[in-house]
Design a protein around this ligand. Structure first.
Ligand SMILES: O=C(O)CCC(=O)C(=O)O
Length: 242
């Protein structure tokens, strides 16, 4: 048993379950509307010791990851979802497998080999401006937008973002999801470790109407993954070019 569990307060009732990893992510969120986890320790109102959360996951997110709840209003969400419902989505192949999520690209494609894509539609411009202001970049620097449509049960597999892009920003619509991270291991190293199974080291809940920025280590030194969603979710992502 973890020494952390052993040091749990005696007043802990048997029926009171230790917080799950998801709760840990929620503490992170509540403790700091934005940040890279530095405030996590101050965001634990219910327990005076670090509880079971550290058994599998770190409570913080990889450095360079920023998250903000309620990034857009309910009205914004409804109007964006209305516009998105009118878009034409395509299927997407990831490592030769057709994904369950569908995609709509603007400005640039995801993999450079693809045909040209339509420009960003006007309805995305105000959101791009807000995201750019948060990221501290010129709105036009977000040259690419990808809208992902996740029907119930659809995940996005482990991946590190495409190399031609730098900052990745995402806004979640209609439902929440989990996002997990694990260190990136280059393919040649994976062969050397004989495909040793790698597990997630960090996890965060992305609430509907929230936004995240993936920069630095979180974007370059980690892969991320969204496990199967429970209800229809759209993510509007923006990317700057390297
Ligand atoms: O849905 C999300 O927020 C994740 C999107 C993502 O990882 C991607 O577009 O590559």
């Amino acid at each position: 048993m973890s020494p952390l569990l052993l040091s749990a307060p005696r007043s802990l009732k048997a029926s009171a379950k230790p917080p799950s990893q998801l709760c840990a992510a929620r503490w992170y969120r509540e403790g700091t509307a934005e940040g890279n986890g530095a405030n996590v320790q101050t965001a634990m109102p219910h327990w005076d010791v670090a509880p079971a959360r550290s058994l599998l996951f770190d409570t913080d997110v990889p450095s360079g990851f920023r998250y903000r709840d309620d990034f857009i209003t309910r009205d914004d969400e409804a109007s964006l979802a209305g516009e998105i419902a009118r878009l034409e989505f395509s299927t997407f192949e990831m490592r030769g497998v057709v994904a369950r999520r569908r995609v709509a690209f603007f400005g640039r494609s995801y993999d450079s080999g693809r045909a040209s894509t339509p420009p960003l539609p006007p309805f995305l411009m105000p959101l791009r401006e807000t995201v750019a202001a948060w990221a501290g970049v010129d709105p036009q620097a977000f040259a690419m937008s990808l809208i992902n449509e996740y029907p119930p049960g659809a995940p996005i597999g482990w991946h590190r973002d495409a190399p031609q892009y730098e900052i990745v920003a995402g806004v979640s619509l209609l439902s929440s999801c989990r996002m997990t991270f694990r260190p990136y291991v280059p393919p040649q190293m994976q062969r050397a470790t004989h495909g040793l199974r790698r597990t997630a080291t960090h996890e965060v809940t992305l609430e509907r109407r929230s936004a995240y920025l993936m920069t630095g280590d979180s974007r370059n030194a980690y892969e991320h993954h969204v496990p199967a969603v429970k209800a229809l979710r759209y993510s509007i992502t923006f990317r700057t070019l390297r």
